[in-house]
Write a protein that binds this ligand. Structure first.
Ligand SMILES: NC(=O)c1ccc[n+]([C@@H]2O[C@H](COP(=O)([O-])OP(=O)(O)OC[C@H]3O[C@@H](n4cnc5c(N)ncnc54)[C@H](O)[C@@H]3O)[C@@H](O)[C@H]2O)c1
Length: 511
């Protein structure tokens, strides 16, 4: 509700307005179901003969299952089906006021369709494309009136997932984008506004979630099961990147990565993974082919994460300086009955009884530590609730020190995964990159900070919006991690964005 008392319901498309869905495959059916549930009459059109009628039957079957589960009243199902009409000709869409396109992902086909639609519908009709990777500006490029075309990027399955990215093409009339936004909000969805940039919000900012995990694997840091477990149990992500891409399909996920990378003129921050390319070349797409990173065939054993055997915890530790984002460990150590002495001065590390430094990853390898062979531990979303912590000992760390560090985290109730000494470890480098991508996207006008955090939570279930996460960690910490990673791997991939560098500098001044 705004000051004028108008709600999204009032500003969006009236419920009596007819919505057309063109292309009635997976997404078209889902979008049609959402528009029906919101009360609109819906027309279905598909180029393949009989496909629209099949889609209507599939939607009826889905609504029937909702009735059987008690999630929908039979009378509402009947009313919805009474408003649903498959049609055979584009001309039958003449009186629609919103036409959502969900045909194949091909620019020429989409341009042709919208050109044909434009000559059929009235000037009032809003046009929307559900493209996930094409430029909305290019899709509208062939139109007489490109101002009324917006991107409405629904996520699969559209009736279940709340997020819809409302994309303004270069020529999109702001009033058209507002109308589309209000309409999907009135449909009960969670719309976010974004500019027409490759990957929009989610498919742009999520890239490092996959890419960093694949890199840790490629560089021999850990195996997929361990990386997935660390990102789930320490990072708080619902699924790890290996299991998630097996679910999405390696072909689909890699195509998105390549498309964003190519659209951004091969920006090194978006470079795809060679290991994933090989999976795609081998036809190992994931669950749908029975194998991807994991073997999904019936009865195949699921690899388990590497988990350290029980070790003795040290009786005492010294904390030097400010532990920064690892401060949450301090009360846990004290609650576990381990004596913690505090030493003033620079540092930000725990000193084990043998003098070994145990420190939160800072984006550099433990082996490069100028103070001798140290041990790094990974970032956690919340050290209290984390079920697992990754440790990376330097190549010359004493086995007794590794055992003491392992025992320490075990005494705090965590499983421990000892991984290779890779800079930034697993959660640390992933989150630092997500924060940087999100900070950079705000600066470039891709979307507002609030919309980015909403999109990453509602669209891909992140446990915390990346900008919120960045504020908690401090931009200075994130910048330092990335600068150290950049030092270790100077390809440009890890160079912190100018926006992050500025944020870190101003953060210091604001203190
Ligand atoms: N599947 C997803 O997870 C997902 C998520 C978000 C967005 N998208 C986007 O949604 C769109 C549709 O994807 P999908 O997975 O539903 O595809 P799909 O293959 O399931 O369905 C596409 C349908 O479009 C029809 N079609 C093709 N050309 C047509 C034309 N010229 N006119 C009318 N109908 C035509 C086909 O017959 C088919 O029924 C694509 O742009 C895709 O990138 C897909």
């Amino acid at each position: 509700m705004t000051a004028s008392g108008m709600t999204a319901h009032d500003r969006g498309l009236p419920r009596t307005s007819t919505v057309a869905v063109v292309g009635t495959g997976t997404m078209g059916q889902g979008i049609a179901q959402v528009a029906l549930a919101a009360g609109h009459p819906v027309r279905l059109y598909d180029a393949a003969p009989g496909r629209a009628a099949q889609a209507a039957e599939a939607i009826a079957a889905r609504l029937g299952r909702l009735v059987a589960k008690g999630a929908l009243a039979a009378a509402d199902r009947d009313a919805a089906l009474g408003r649903l009409a498959p049609v055979d000709r584009l001309a039958d869409l003449a009186d629609t006021e919103l036409a959502v396109e969900a045909i194949l992902e091909e620019l020429g086909a989409k341009q042709q369709l919208f050109t044909a639609l434009e000559s059929v519908v009235s000037d009032r009709c809003l046009l929307a494309t559900n493209t996930s990777s094409l430029s909305v500006t290019a899709v509208a490029g062939a139109l007489r009136r490109p101002g009324r075309l917006v991107g409405l990027h629904f996520f699969n399955p559209a009736p279940v997932l709340p997020l819809v990215e409302v994309v303004r093409g270069f020529a999109t009339d702001p009033a058209a984008a507002d109308r589309a936004y209000d309409t999907v909000a009135a449909w009960g969805k969670t719309p976010v506004r974004c500019a027409d940039t490759p990957g929009f919000i989610v498919n742009r900012i999520a890239r490092p979630f996959y890419a960093e995990a694949f890199r840790v694997y490629e560089e021999g840091g850990a195996d997929p099961a361990t990386i997935d477990a660390v990102l789930r149990e320490s990072g708080g992500f619902r699924m790890g990147p290996f299991e998630l891409t097996d679910l999405i399909g390696q072909d689909v996920n890699e195509a998105v990565t390549r498309s964003v990378w190519e659209s951004l003129f091969h920006d090194p921050k978006f470079t795809p993974s060679l290991a994933q390319r090989r999976l795609v070349e081998a036809g190992l797409y994931g669950r749908k082919t029975g194998r991807g990173w994991y073997d999904h065939t019936e009865g195949a054993p699921r690899p388990r994460p590497h988990t350290a055997e029980p070790c003795d915890a040290p009786e005492k530790l010294a904390l030097h300086g400010d532990p920064g984002p690892a401060a949450g460990l301090v009360p846990l150590i004290e609650e576990a009955g381990i004596t913690l002495t505090r030493e003033a001065g620079p540092g930000g590390f725990f000193e084990l009884p043998d003098g070994t430094r145990l420190s939160l990853t800072d984006g550099s390898a433990a082996t490069m530590d100028p103070f001798g062979p140290g041990i790094r531990f990974d970032l956690a979303l919340d050290y209290r609730t984390a079920g697992r912590i990754a440790l990376a000992p330097s190549e010359t760390a004493a086995p007794e020190a590794v055992a003491a560090a392992t025992g320490l985290f075990q005494a705090l109730g965590k499983q421990v995964s000892v991984v290779g000494d890779l800079p930034g470890m697993i959660v640390g480098r992933t989150v630092a990159m997500l924060v940087d991508f999100a900070t950079d996207a705000v600066a470039r006008g891709v979307a507002s900070a609030g919309d980015i955090d909403t999109a990453m939570r509602a669209g891909v279930n992140y446990p915390r919006g990346p900008l919120h996460w960045g504020r908690q960690l401090g931009a200075g910490w994130v910048r330092d991690v990335l600068e150290n990673l950049h030092g270790a791997c100077p390809t440009g991939r890890y160079a912190p964005s100018q926006a992050l560098v500025r944020r870190a500098a101003s953060e210091g001044k604001l203190l």
